[in-house]
Design a protein around this ligand. Structure first.
Ligand code: C2E
Ligand code: MG
Ligand code: MG
Length: 342
């Protein structure tokens, strides 16, 4: 497979990820069970860095069984309308002013209770269910935003929606987004789509074309978990992107780890140079807020400010339009700052 092939004068080489499953004489596996098992092993090979062969073992088989159970349940969840949207606010760390809310999908599971996206989104991505889920999320986020725009006409609230790379495969994606905006009377700039660096790395051309489509209809684009996927600076320069979201793993470490601090600092500089907004996610401590402000990043979200909450729990914040500053800086710090300014 690795040997280069001459395609009209251009040498093209490929790698192969191979999954192997063995049916012994005592097992009751059917031919399609064996194929499904080999398919699962192939995904393991891909996840382990591709270009290798993986033989399915018991542990993998158990994980696959879990996954197919989850897939079945998730299909049912869609039919039974068990998905919900929660929203996590992003604020200006200097003033506490509300800037946006990020829509995060939740599954109101009949037995397991409310499940976070992290608990099921990977299965949704691997099985293609993320396409259906993504459309539901998008339509619901627009419906909610439209209701908020009527209720809080003075609030310049932006709603952010996450999109998986798999969703980019649909040829009508931009059209779908545009239609949702039209139906709900939402101007494009009130919506921001969050994509991961992986979408950029895996298929730069296709991603760029879709992002240009979003820009044409005025929708903003943010790169989520920035810093984890090694997107190249050159790619970034040519992409119609508006915002970088600093990944939580670096944000958490900025007060204690020189390496994390250096990464955060260089991404903030990069944002400055490329004229992109930079926002920090996963802020849990007020000393992180101080450090971010010192480094020149003044937008952020995280549990310190608010966990993702249902629309009804968001009402006080939407009415006030800001979080109290005391939430971001404990009293002694605010005092300290006041005296320095004085
Ligand atoms: P993300 O977009 O980077 O979202 C941030 C995740 O971190 C969310 O988890 C959020 O609840 C959590 N988080 C936020 N602040 C903090 C904090 O201060 N501390 C800690 N420990 N965690 C924090 P969640 O909702 O489980 O989502 C996980 C990922 O699933 C998201 O990462 C996003 O990539 C994906 N996702 C969520 N909703 C959707 C969706 O509607 N569609 C798609 N395609 N992906 C989604
Ligand atoms: Mg996100
Ligand atoms: Mg993130």
């Amino acid at each position: 497979m690795a040997a280069p092939v001459d395609l009209g004068g251009q040498l093209v080489s490929h790698t192969a990820s191979i999954g192997i499953a063995i049916a012994d004489s005592v097992s009751s596996m059917t031919d399609s069970d064996i194929l499904a098992a080999a398919d699962g092993a192939m995904y393991v090979a891909k996840a382990r860095g591709r270009n290798k062969a993986v033989l399915l073992d018991e542990e993998m088989r158990a994980a696959l069984d879990d996954r197919s159970r989850m897939e079945l349940m998730l299909r049912e969840a869609l039919e039974k309308d068990e998905l919900r949207l929660h929203f996590q606010p992003e604020v200006d760390l200097r003033t506490g002013r509300l800037l946006s809310v990020e829509a995060l999908v939740r599954w109101q599971h009949p037995d397991r209770g409310l499940m976070a996206a992290a608990d099921f989104i990977t299965v949704a991505e691997e099985t293609g269910l993320v396409l259906t889920i993504g459309r539901w999320v998008f339509a619901e986020a627009c419906r909610q935003l439209s209701a908020w725009m009527k209720e809080y006409p003075e609030l310049p609230l932006v709603v952010r929606v996450n999109m998986s790379p798999a969703e980019f495969a649909a040829t009508d994606l931009v059209e779908f987004v545009e239609n949702c905006l039209l139906v709900n009377h939402i101007p494009g700039d009130r919506l921001c789509i969050e994509i991961t660096e992986y979408a950029v790395i895996d298929e730069p051309e296709k991603t760029a074309a879709i992002l240009r489509g979003f820009r044409e209809i005025g929708v903003e684009v943010a790169i989520d978990d920035f810093g984890t996927g090694f997107a190249s600076m050159t790619e970034l320069k040519h992409l119609p992107v508006d915002l970088l979201k600093l990944d939580m793993s670096f944000v958490t470490g900025i007060t204690t780890d020189a390496y994390d601090r250096a990464i955060v600092e260089s991404i903030i500089r990069l944002g400055d140079v490329l004229n992109l907004g930079v926002t920090a996610e996963g802020i849990e401590q007020s000393d992180v807020v101080e450090e971010l402000l010192t480094l020149g990043c003044h937008r952020g979200q995280g549990y310190l400010i608010s966990r993702p909450v249902g629309p009804e729990e968001l009402v006080p914040l939407l009415s006030a339009g800001r979080v109290p500053l005391s939430l971001l800086r404990p009293a002694e710090l605010t005092l300290g700052l006041a005296s320095t300014t004085f």
